[in-house]
Design a binder for this molecule. Structure first.
Ligand code: CUA
Length: 488
């Protein structure tokens, strides 16, 4: 009897719970109603079966309980009962599946006036692409993916040039405008899931799946990956922000186009420019005559040369600027500084090389350093590295706040001494960080699995990444000094 009462109470409580549940959400997208209706139909059908079966158990417990002298009968089959059960279950299943077909049909049939948004997924992060002013997304293929072209767009396709690329996990959409969402994967199966807008679809490498919806509520909701895609799956999260049209337009205009990202990837950094200048100086033997420390030699020293006023051989004077430096390299005797013999031969350099040489000479004087801003160059690199860490998906496994991840946290990593899987110890310095990015399996820190994919960033990108990792070091680790009691 007690069991029968419990079963009845379970039924009553379940029904009451669903009728009076306080967690009703406000619809946030156009497809909300239809998808929720199908869910409700499923809930009602399964609910009816649940109530019926549980009540039947309660009745059976009472009616067929053990009694003195009564015996059970053997009843092999009942055609009539089986017939009814088959009909009822079939009706239930059809009732659950049929509405879904109608709703799904609507979900993938995009209205004419829908805008486009491409969702680009990879282990373990999201990126997004909007068509530019032409309203057309350019051709894409994974075979075109490289460090400067993370979306794999066709560089020769005119429609691709103005595509707007969002290389981080947050995307925005304008309210009340239908949008067609195209789903593309770079590597493995993922699933784009935004529960609040009732949208969820698998992303299959090699194909582009799609659906549409109209956001109808302002705010920020979470994007999840709902298909197990590797160790970083749980961290593959993003955000969708729905805002007013003007705010969205302003945001979209501030994002880089494909052409702009290509250009910024190709532009040489201050660092590599100086390095190129240094190499040219070495290979052309400039230092035989021009010192860099202020000592006198056959030609003027380069130390603090830039910005200085020099007395020329003909008695006039000149302020040493970029134009004068370039002229003096190409035609050494055109305006020679007084007191030096006309022994320098004319050199021919390309404009790029000339720029690198002048940049290097500038870096040797206080006036030039002020112009080039060495400090801000480092800041730039850190910012670039931060962006890159986001774009490449490093942050899915490496935290910057010290929290546990799949890989070592970057907080305080630089300058630390780590024990490797083989028991040896290593001081985390530039060389080790570089090696670990390029060859992750070479020297794994103890306790971590060998799951990191190999990256092939350009030299400039590697510089930026290392600078960013370094910027997360503890303040005193950056000086390069070994802390007392912590010898490697
Ligand atoms: Cu991507 Cu799970």
């Amino acid at each position: 009897m007690a069991i029968a009462i419990i079963l009845v109470l379970v039924v009553v409580a379940s029904v009451l719970f669903h009728l009076f549940a306080p967690w009703q959400m406000t619809p946030a997208a156009s497809n909300w109603g239809s998808i929720d209706t199908t869910l409700l139909i499923t809930l009602i059908i399964t609910g009816i079966f649940f109530v019926a079966i549980t009540l039947f158990m309660a009745i059976a417990v009472i009616r067929f309980r053990h009694r003195e002298g009564s015996r059970a009968h053997y009843q092999p089959e009942s055609k009539k009962l089986e017939g009814w059960l088959i009909i009822l279950t079939s009706l239930g299943i059809v009732g659950m599946l049929a509405p879904g077909l109608v709703v799904y049909n609507d979900f993938v049939h995009v209205p004419q006036d829908a805008a486009q948004l491409e969702v680009f997924s990879q282990q373990w992060q999201w990126a997004f692409r909007f068509p530019g002013r032409d309203g057309k997304l350019g051709r894409s293929d994974v075979k075109w993916i490289d460090a400067a072209n993370p979306f794999g767009l066709d560089r020769n396709d005119p429609a691709a040039q103005d595509d707007v690329l969002i290389l981080n996990n947050e995307v925005r959409l304008p309210i009340d405008r239908p949008v067609k969402v195209l789903l593309r994967s770079k590597d493995v199966l993922h699933d784009f899931d935004v529960p609040q807008i009732r949208a969820k679809m698998d992303i299959v490498p090699g194909m582009v799946s799609h659906f549409w919806f109209t956001p109808t509520k302002l705010g920020k909701v979470e994007i999840l990956c709902a298909e197990y895609c590797g160790v970083g799956h749980f961290n593959m999260r993003g955000h969708l922000v729905v805002e007013e049209q003007e705010a969205f337009d302003r945001w979209l205009a501030s994002q880089p186009t494909f052409v702009q990202t290509l250009a910024s990837a190709a532009a040489p950094s201050q660092e590599s420019l100086l390095e190129k200048g240094r190499q040219l100086v070495e290979s052309h033997g400039c230092r035989a005559c021009h010192s860099q420390d202020g000592s006198t030699s056959l030609g003027p020293t380069w130390k603090d040369l830039y910005g200085r006023s020099e007395q020329l051989a003909d008695g006039s004077s000149v302020q040493v600027d970029e134009a004068y430096l370039k002229e003096s390299i190409l035609e050494p005797n055109a305006r020679r500084v007084q007191g030096y013999p006309p022994v320098m031969v004319a050199y021919t350099f390309t404009q790029d090389e000339l720029g690198a040489l002048v940049g290097f000479i500038k870096s040797l004087s206080a006036a030039g350093q002020k112009e080039q801003g060495p400090a801000s160059a480092t800041d730039d690199r850190v910012a670039q590295g931060q962006q890159l860490a986001q774009a490449l998906g490093c942050r899915a496994c490496h935290s910057v706040d010290g929290s546990q991840g799949i890989g070592p946290s970057w907080k305080g990593l630089f300058g630390k001494t780590e024990t490797l899987a083989d028991g040896t110890q290593v001081k985390v310095d530039e060389a080790y960080v570089r090696e670990s990015v390029l060859k992750p399996g070479a020297a794994i820190v103890k306790g971590y699995a060998a799951v990191m994919p190999v990256f092939t960033p350009s030299d400039k990108e590697l510089d930026a990444l290392v600078a960013f990792i370094r910027s997360n070091a503890d303040a005193d680790a950056d000086t390069g000094k070994v802390k007392p009691g912590k010898s490697p």
